[in-house]
Design a protein around this ligand. Structure first.
Ligand code: NDP
Length: 481
């Protein structure tokens, strides 16, 4: 049994308490490693190490920090398969998905922010011959990065890379449910020669290690991605401490399909946007609204395509649907399917666990599930399920679908399918959502602002938004003469 370690002050160290937590492989339901059950003592030691490293790290030139981040990215890139296998084992996602999406994106995150910092500038404001103002953008100090289990290294590195590029030092906590690639990242950082204390990775429970990070007064900012309830708690702790706070939270994304869409492209993409990563991507479309004139055709074709999806061992190259991340999460998803039935929903396909006949016989698999016949305001259509479950609902007009799409407390992402450019623009303008994809899904340019409105979050990541977040602007005004 492997025992993972924290990465503090450039070294791999055991938790101070000596306590560990079981780490499960969701595809088999078996414990395969042990994670440090870190507490405030470990977090304080990471904070001391980050404080000590801060002055020298922030005083490096942008080019020197660029070089360090590129070294990290190259080492991950050389080991894509090793990282992808680890991600798949830890999370339950198909190996092929981790190899094609998760790990290459983590590499890109480091590359993107390594080069972004080389090209970044700050503003100046000229007061017509009297004076000039310029803005210094200074790093904050030790910052906290807390990420969820669904895209483990992808989202972990999405925070760490801009924080480091801008000259901050970092105390980061991956989800205790999926810690393994963060552990591999610590080894890579050691091999890449990242200076000690610049990045510290503390493993453990959100309510213990995570709580110690948000409570710590020496940590100057918190960048958090996770559930809306946890985000609300973090905001209540962090706001009175006047730390900077970025929150990327839950979603209940609409996928709006008009009859004039490119049907084949829409159908293929909708299968992906519904069930990729077992529906456990914050950007997955879980409420599918279909114009009534093509509703029956869509229903038939969508159910046929989804029923054929290969589900099972994440190691198998043909697998499209792996295991969901944990037993409690599986039970939560199944309880929502039961709720949908009591709310009058009809399960068109799926709706139950799947039991493979191989090494994964005790794994946490749920068949991709499509439900129809629900009111748009019912709990199934309002609450985040975060699993392989979607609902389909017909609509008759733009106004009606906008009302249904905007009815939830969330506003992260949406997809709109139409070949009518006027309608596409109008819908994009009126939808309450941080991200709008038209005739596509999950097409990402890392320069764009990323985040949600309403209860899906506060602030934006991506591009210069993250560089702004991880720096404090200081205006300097110089009078002439
Ligand atoms: P959680 O909110 O449960 O956890 C997220 C992270 O916060 C984990 O590392 C968790 O640790 C930690 N945490 C939990 N409690 C605390 C606390 N009191 N103080 C500090 N940290 C804490 O979310 P999930 O991991 O279940 O992730 C799923 C959610 O994330 C979904 O709602 C999804 O929509 C959202 N998400 C949003 C994205 C976005 O960009 N908007 C992207 C991806 C996911 P531990 O796991 O160890 O308990």
């Amino acid at each position: 049994m492997e025992f993972l370690k924290n990465y503090i002050n450039g070294e791999l160290v055991a938790p101070s308490s000596g306590r560990y937590i079981d780490n499960y492989e969701p595809a088999t339901g078996k414990v395969y490693s042990q994670i440090p059950d870190s507490d405030e003592v470990d977090v304080q030691s990471a904070v001391e190490s980050a404080k000590n490293a801060f002055e020298s790290w922030k005083n490096l030139s942008n080019e020197q920090r660029h070089d360090h981040l590129i070294n990290v990215s190259r080492l991950i890139e050389q080991r894509i398969d090793e990282f992808a296998l680890a991600e798949s084992k830890d999370n339950g996602k198909p190996f092929k998905l981790a190899q094609r999406v998760d790990i290459p994106r983590a590499v890109s995150n480091f590359k993107f922010y390594a080069t972004a910092i080389m090209n970044w500038g700050s503003e100046s404001h000229n007061m017509s011959g009297k004076a000039i103002n310029y803005t210094l953008r200074q790093p904050l100090g030790p910052v906290g990065c807390i990420s969820p289990w669904n895209l483990p290294l992808y989202l972990f590195s999405w925070k760490i890379a801009p924080a480091l590029a801008t000259g901050n030092t970092v105390i980061a906590k991956p989800s205790e449910i999926t810690p393994y690639t963060a552990y591999l990242l610590s080894k890579v950082c050691m091999e890449a020669g990242l200076p000690a204390g610049v990045l510290n990775i503390v493993h453990g429970l959100g309510t213990k290690a995570g709580e110690a990070i948000i409570q710590n007064n020496q940590i100057k900012a918190i960048s958090f991605t996770g559930g809306t309830k946890t985000g609300a708690h973090i905001a209540s702790v962090v706001a009175p401490k006047f730390k900077k706070l970025s929150l990327e939270l839950g979603g209940k994304n609409p996928n709006i399909i008009f009859a004039d869409c490119n049907y084949e492209l829409m159908l293929k993409t909708t299968v992906n946007s519904s069930f990729s990563n077992q529906g456990q991507i914050c950007l997955c479309g879980s409420r599918i609204f279909v114009e009534s004139s093509i509703y029956e055709k869509f229903k038939k074709d969508f159910v046929a395509a989804v029923s054929k999806m290969a589900i099972g061992d994440p190691n198998e190259p043909k697998t499209q649907i792996g295991a969901v991340v944990s037993k409690p999460h599986m039970e939560k998803i199944l309880s929502y399917i039961e709720l949908a039935k009591t709310e009058g929903g009809k399960v068109l396909t799926g709706g139950e666990r799947f039991f493979p006949q191989d090494r994964c016989a005790e794994g946490y698999f749920i068949k991709p599930t499509i439900i129809e016949g629900l009111d748009y305001m019912c709990r199934t259509n309002q609450e985040e399920i975060f699993g392989p479950v979607v609902t389909i609902t017909p609509f008759h007009s733009e106004d009606e679908v906008l009302k249904m799409a905007n009815s939830t407390e969330y506003g992260l992402a949406c997809s709109i399918w139409t070949e009518n450019i006027t309608r596409a623009h109008k819908m994009a303008e009126n939808i309450e959502s941080g991200i709008v994809w038209i005739n596509c899904w999950l097409l990402r340019d890392l320069r764009t602002p990323f985040g949600g409105v309403k209860n899906s979050g506060v602030g934006r990541e991506g591009g210069s938004e993250a560089l702004d977040f991880f720096t404090e602007p200081k205006n300097v005004c110089i009078q002439y003469g």
